[in-house]
Design a protein around this ligand. Structure first.
Ligand code: FPP
Ligand code: MG
Length: 443
């Protein structure tokens, strides 16, 4: 199957050149400029890292990201280093839905079954985004189910064995699922419930009117019901986690919830230095998006009884996929269309938030620093910022970082232990394809 696809970098260029929007066209024309980020740093007298880039003296909080994550971003400080990061091997095409579409539908049926509450309005808000047709991209559950299969002996590829797992599991949480695949399906269920809970809360915080092409839950039922619907989903996810009786997995997934809250708070309450810092942005992106994907993939590996080393590779895949996903999301907020995204564009600027395209662009258009520091709050600021970003290579550089993460996700798959059969190989190709499709998506 490998060899039928194309490489990541040309696909990225095709994506930006295919955008109908002026921003993308400008970004595509932009020359290759070496990347100098604020992650270039030294230590201050208290041992904290202090940036040497455009924001000299920026002090990083002590809980900063891991050495490995930091290294990944530091190595982007030159164009040649960036080229080294880019994948030159072909990426296969795999029809992911034919591999796991039925299984995901079973998981969604189970979720709809278990979110029935005593109070109808709670059920309505909790089940809203689990209705057929509004499931979203389901990237999180796809990644973890494919990781589980890529590391397995291929039972899901054998119809005589997989039939058992392709019936919806409607057992109550009091019945412990002995089968490894059922436990992994539970992690997919938990992951999606946590994800949708964050969306319900996020739309209240952002005062959003639409999501996935529908009215948001807060718009439909009001803020209180949206918040309580999110809480209800989190409560259900907590019960599901406890029912798995695996303390390590429980700690991982509970930490994800802590990370999500921390990331959201970092986004909404930042100092002026933090607002202009790429390091701060990357850390927030890990907490808000990549942590859930990384830790759910890791949990699936641990529930599959794999070693810590293999679980770490599963986590690496999820981490890089998640970072790439969010970077592309932030690009699409500039160059996408609201009809294909199902939510308004330029929403980050309108919320006063500078994402990677702005942060990179501000290195070429210093006016963006002032606009960012005042959170684009004066009339015309959002339009001006969007036009300035379009004049720079901000979108292009962001896509290059997204692509670097996608290629690292693929490298994590390449490092998995030898596949136990053809089906596991196909699922590895599906993981590679998923990483590629995250950077080439338009929705
Ligand atoms: C979407 O971000 C939001 C998130 C990825 C996480 C939001 C986290 C919280 C609201 C706090 C934690 C809540 C719970 C229930 C644990 P976005 O606004 O950048 O993206 P969007 O364009 O899709 O709205
Ligand atoms: Mg939002």
């Amino acid at each position: 199957m490998r060899g039928r696809g194309s490489t990541l970098l040309p696909l990225l260029r095709t994506l930006t050149s295919r955008q109908g929007h002026a921003e993308a066209a400008v970004a595509t024309r932009a020359s290759s400029v070496s990347l100098t980020t604020t992650s270039e740093s030294t230590s201050d007298s208290a041992g904290r890292e202090v940036g040497k880039g455009p924001l000299r003296g920026f002090a990083l909080p002590q809980f900063w990201e891991s050495r490995a994550q930091r290294q990944a971003h530091r190595s982007l400080n030159s164009a040649s280093a960036l080229e080294d990061q880019c994948l030159s091997v072909p990426v296969p095409y795999v029809d992911i839905e034919s591999l796991i579409g039925d299984e995901k539908n079973c998981i969604w049926q189970r979720i709809r079954h278990i979110v029935q509450a005593e109070v109808p309005s709670l059920t309505r808000s909790a089940e809203y985004f689990f209705q057929p047709g509004v499931e979203g991209k389901r990237v999180r559950s796809s990644a973890l189910l494919l990781v589980a299969s890529a590391l397995s002996d291929g039972e899901m590829g054998d119809p005589s064995k997989s039939a058992l797992y392709l019936k919806p599991d409607l057992r109550p949480y009091s019945q412990y699922p002995e089968e490894v695949r059922r436990k992994q399906q539970r992690i997919a269920e938990i992951t999606e419930m946590i994800h949708v809970a964050t969306l319900l809360h996020d739309d209240v915080l952002d005062d959003a009117e639409t999501r996935r092409g529908l009215n948001s839950v807060n718009k439909m039922f009001g803020n209180k019901t949206a918040i309580l619907g999110g809480d209800f989903l989190l409560a259900k996810a907590s019960v599901a986690l406890a029912a798995l009786r695996n303390t390590e997995v429980l700690i991982l997934m509970a930490t994800v919830i802590e990370n999500l809250v921390t990331g959201e708070m970092m986004q909404s309450r930042s100092s002026q230095d933090e607002r202009m810092s790429l390091d701060y942005y990357y850390r927030k992106t890990f907490l808000k998006t990549a942590s859930l994907i990384a830790n759910s993939c890791k949990s699936a590996a641990l529930l599959g009884n794999h070693s810590d080393e293999v679980a770490q590779l599963a986590s690496d895949y999820g981490y890089h996929l998640g970072m790439s996903f969010q970077l592309v999301d932030d690009v699409l907020d500039f160059v996408g269309s609201s009809s294909s995204l199902g939510k308004p564009t330029l929403s980050d600027l309108k919320s006063g938030i500078a994402t990677a395209p702005v942060l990179f662009a501000s290195q070429e258009e210093p006016q963006l620093v002032d606009l960012t520091l005042r959170k684009f709050k004066y009339e015309g600021d959002v339009d001006m910022a969007s036009r300035l970003v379009a004049k720079t290579s901000g979108v292009k550089k962001t896509m290059e970082v997204a692509e670097m993460h996608a290629s690292k996700a693929i490298k994590a798959v390449d490092s998995f232990p030898p596949a136990r059969g053809k089906y596991a190989e196909v699922c590895r190709d599906a993981l590679r394809h998923l990483a590629n499709s995250v950077v080439t998506r338009r929705t």
